[in-house]
Design a protein around this ligand. Structure first.
Ligand code: FES
Ligand SMILES: [Fe+2]
Length: 374
């Protein structure tokens, strides 16, 4: 499948699963060698040949609301800065000054120019070197030949995608998606945190609902279902639908009039390392940056689900985010960190992903195919 199912098709499929006591099933089981979570060579290949060469969401467009807005962080081990230029266009650069390599900005903010704080070389928002303090110390230096070094940045579906190394791999398969982050969704929190866990183990915890009953008996299960998901894949990506109990009321609504907002959670996995979780009243854009085989930096951007500047939409989104972040997400993090601590035990040569875990199978199949053989 190259596009995601529409909301009405998802709703019907969920109602059928509820009626029949079933869930979506993948075609095969998958055995992923534990060595693939522990090997520095494997991680190096994942970073260099997949993460850097895939158009990957860097931040939501909402993080760059005006001319001069910038976000700087490391992506796939390389300092990158994205900035909205005077023409409103988003550009991305390798975040290293052309004098002696200092990062020209850190974190996020809004600036009229990018000024390196080591010696003050100054770049405009389009990356051109505009000013060198005491320029007479650099006779003959051509400022035109020393711009910030660009990488590919594209704004799409409310996200800024960055491709560090060309040629970009993969197809243009986001084509099937009509929206991810809408213009009336407001960014209200950003968070950055490191976890002692391999990035793929962390990722896997987002994209299957087989664990809901055991891991989330009090947080998610009372509102949701045990092992009842709709899973679609599109290109290298996937989407897992987690319905809430209250979706049952749609059975009485004519199919064409069914609206799913607030009745289910969509979790999009954008290959390779980004998750977009569309919850009842808020949306998280989660980026998992591998730092080492056993260490991952999680960047989270939290947005309202719409409503523009309406204070009530914002208050609802904050309440919803507080609940999910303080309960279910903590339970997931405890599990993945425990798995990480046991990886070296030798108990498993491989992990087995079953037919309920088909989004993970799709991920490993896609990743394996993207890596050089050998
Ligand atoms: S390293 Fe940037 S001005 Fe010297
Ligand atoms: Fe979970």
């Amino acid at each position: 499948m190259t596009t995601t199912m529409d909301d009405q098709s998802v709703a019907q499929r969920v109602l059928d699963h509820i009626a029949n006591g079933t869930t979506d099933l993948g075609r095969q089981i998958w055995r992923e060698p534990v060595a693939n979570y522990r090997s520095p060579e494997r991680l190096k290949a994942e970073i260099e040949t997949v993460l850097r060469c895939t158009p990957t969401p860097f931040c939501p467009s909402a993080a760059l609301p005006e001319v001069g807005s910038y976000v700087a962080r490391e992506a796939a081990g390389i300092p990158i800065i994205v900035v909205r230029g005077s023409d409103g266009k988003v550009r991305a650069f390798r975040n290293a000054c052309r004098h002696r390599g200092m990062q020209v900005a850190a974190g996020s903010g809004c600036a009229r120019a990018l000024v390196c704080r080591y010696h003050g070389w100054t770049y405009n928002l389009e990356g051109k070197l505009r000013h060198i303090p005491h320029e007479d110390g650099f006779p003959g230096l051509d400022k035109e030949a020393h711009p910030m070094v660009p990488v590919t940045a594209v704004e799409r579906l409310g996200l800024v995608f960055v491709t560090q190394d060309e040629p970009a791999r993969g197809d243009d398969s986001l084509g099937g998606l009509e929206k991810l982050i809408a213009p009336d969704q407001r960014l209200f929190a950003t968070n950055e945190r490191d976890f002692e866990v391999n990035w793929k183990i962390f990722l896997e915890s987002f994209i299957e609902g087989y664990h809901i009953k055991s891991t989330h008996p009090e947080s998610f299960l009372p509102y949701g279902f045990d092992n009842l998901n709709v899973i679609d894949t599109f290109g290298p990506h996937s989407r897992v639908t987690y319905p809430f109990q209250r979706i049952k009321k749609l059975a009485k609504v004519p199919p064409a009039e069914r609206r799913v907002e607030g009745l289910l959670t969509y979790v999009y996995h954008l290959f390779p390392n980004v998750l977009i979780t569309v919850l009842s009243r808020h949306t998280n854009v989660v980026i998992l940056e591998p730092l080492a085989i056993d260490r991952t930096r999680q960047f989270t951007y939290t947005l309202t689900n719409g409503g523009g500047d309406d204070p009530e939409a914002l208050a609802e989104a904050k309440r919803d985010a507080g609940f999910v972040g303080n309960t279910g997400a903590q339970e997931d993090r405890a599990v993945v960190q425990a798995i990480q601590r046991g990886l070296a035990s030798g108990a498993n040569d491989a992990f087995t992903f079953g037919k309920f875990e088909s989004a993970i199978v799709h991920f490993h199949q896609t990743l394996t195919a993207a890596l050089p053989r050998g």
